[in-house]
Ligand binder design. Structure first.
Ligand code: F6P
Length: 514
């Protein structure tokens, strides 16, 4: 039985420690401890992390690790890696990590069979991806999916644009707003287009509506060979068949939607970067899985980041975190991480359904740098709220334009420095308090492997904070109510029946119908 985090002795110690930390100052901390930068930095597979510009120190980290121990973090982690049904509200195992496990590596035990299935599907999916890559007639691939069936592949295809096969375009349509699909279809020819219908459940209204319209468009353009121009990526193979799609790549209920880019949902990524590239992506993520599983808690990067998130959220009351990737190809990473963290940890009850007296998921948001600097960084430097910032930078560029990359790196390092240092020689409007926290993640290069590691790092840090909070990070009941009500309102928009609605909803209904 896990002990609720706020009832542990470690929580009390952290509360006490936080009272003493109100005067914590990064500048003083660096002045007093010559080894601070080193002690609060570490290398993990493909990712170097400098945590030293955060409102933390060795003593805080030690207390947080005590909290992790007292809330049973390692037992919970190990239960996930044993394939236990830790997503208890849906009675499902949580095994997205198995999708990146090398073939044949789990010979013994209950996971040997699922791993075989994983590799059988991966093999056929990669073979299909290679066939499409070699097929010059396919110039456009349109992924139709939403949430986890959109954000991961979209983010990864963009991030890995330097590795994308020339001569093919990849489009992502998610919104039920027809402007999106119509805009994409405008530039397409049926004979050159492959539609991928990506939906774990194959019931999501947005995806089904877009898929139906895509099929109707395809037929209206004279398209006949649905088997060649449509493929489904889903756990619901029967529903895909009923829809008329015979080319299907499956996955399993133990892969959460927001954790599914490693599964058949990653097919557009495999088509874009090739079978070897996709294997490299998986290998990078697997390296991070192993780090998470085996590194001592003190040197375990997902553990350190997840615990820092708990410290900020529950003890220093920082309610949001901003993500600033200093690489334009990483521009969908903030949106991806938003779903990962907020859909996983935006929960208000513990595992037994009891309301929690402490905060959980922070608000995640962000934009690529340097763009953000000329938009909202003002608030980060001089606003009244403290927002920890997470920088993501890449050492080596893949272009050879003079000066750009040095300027980019100069900016990201300078921003972290400015947030910390502040500026006290001017008063009033020109004063910067400084002492504003940030984390710095650095990749040597942006490759399939380093992207895989970076994303797996984020998955596991979300696991860590969710585990300490004692919530189920793997369900998402909070999206259900809106879906049900939208169905009701849709019927009313058609019929005009506003009876029984609150006055505001009824008036809006009438207004959009008039
Ligand atoms: O609405 C939330 C959600 O269930 C996400 O968790 C999921 O990623 C998305 O919808 C799409 O679901 P599906 O892949 O089943 O279409």
């Amino acid at each position: 039985m896990k002990m609720r985090c706020d009832l542990t002795p470690a929580w009390k110690n952290l509360q006490h420690h936080a009272q003493g930390a109100v005067d914590f100052d990064l500048r003083t901390a660096f002045a007093q401890d010559a080894s601070r930068a080193e002690g609060l930095s570490q290398a993990a597979p493909h990712v170097f992390a400098d945590l030293s510009k955060n409102h933390t120190d060795a003593a805080t980290e030690a207390l947080l690790i005590e909290l992790a121990r007292q809330t049973g973090l390692t037992a919970h982690r190990d239960a996930m890696f044993r394939g236990e049904a830790i997503n208890h509200t849906e009675d499902r195992a949580v095994m997205h990590w198995l999708l990146r496990q090398p073939e044949g590596s789990l010979q013994e035990g209950a996971l040997a069979e699922p791993l075989k299935l994983v590799h059988a599907t991966l093999g056929s999916m990669l073979a299909y991806a290679e066939r499409v890559r070699a097929d010059a007639q396919v110039t456009d691939v349109v992924n139709i999916g939403i949430g986890g069936s959109d954000l991961g592949p979209q983010m990864a295809v963009l991030a890995l644009q330097d590795f994308v096969i020339p001569g093919k375009r990849f489009h992502f349509v998610s919104n039920v707003d027809g402007h999106e699909l119509a805009g994409v279809l405008k530039g397409l020819k049926a004979e050159n287009t492959l539609f991928l219908i990506a939906s774990k459940t194959f019931t999501t209204i947005e995806t089904m509506t877009n898929a139906r319209s895509a099929l109707a468009w395809f037929k209206a353009q004279g398209g006949t060979d649905v088997a060649r121009h449509f493929a489904a990526l889903t756990t619901n193979v029967a529903a895909a068949a009923e829809f008329g799609i015979t080319t299907t790549f499956g996955f399993w209920d133990w892969v959460g939607g927001r954790y599914s880019m490693w599964s058949a949902i990653g097919l557009p990524v495999a088509m874009a970067i090739g079978a070897q590239g996709f294997k490299d992506l998986l290998a990078g993520a697997h390296a991070m899985d192993q780090h998470f599983q085996t590194a001592p808690l003190e040197d375990n990067l997902p553990v350190r980041l997840g615990l820092l998130d708990v410290w900020y959220r529950n003890f220093l009351n920082y309610t949001s975190r901003s993500i600033a990737p200093y690489h334009s190809a990483l521009r969908r990473v903030p949106a991806y991480l938003q779903q990962l963290e907020m859909e996983s940890n935006g929960k208000r009850v513990d595992r037994n359904g009891q309301a929690l007296p402490y905060g959980t998921s922070p608000v995640l948001w962000g934009e690529p740098g340097t763009n953000g600097q000329h938009a909202y960084f003002q608030m980060l430097h001089q606003g009244t709220d403290i927002v920890p910032l997470e920088f993501i930078a890449v050492k080596k560029p893949t272009h050879n334009l003079k000066d750009h990359h040095e300027l980019l790196l100069a900016n990201v390092i300078a921003q972290a420095q400015a947030l910390m240092q502040g500026k006290s020689d001017a008063g009033g409007h020109k004063h910067f308090t400084g002492n504003r926290p940030s984390t710095f993640l650095l990749l040597d290069e942006l490759t399939p492997a380093s992207l895989g590691a970076l994303i797996a790092l984020q998955e596991h840090r979300v696991f860590v904070s969710g585990s300490v909070w004692g919530i189920n990070s793997f369900d998402q009941w909070g999206v259900e109510l809106g879906k049900v009500l939208a169905k009701d309102i849709h019927a009313r928009i058609v019929s005009g029946d506003a009876s029984g609605l609150d006055a505001s909803t009824a008036a809006l209904l009438q207004r959009v119908r008039s």
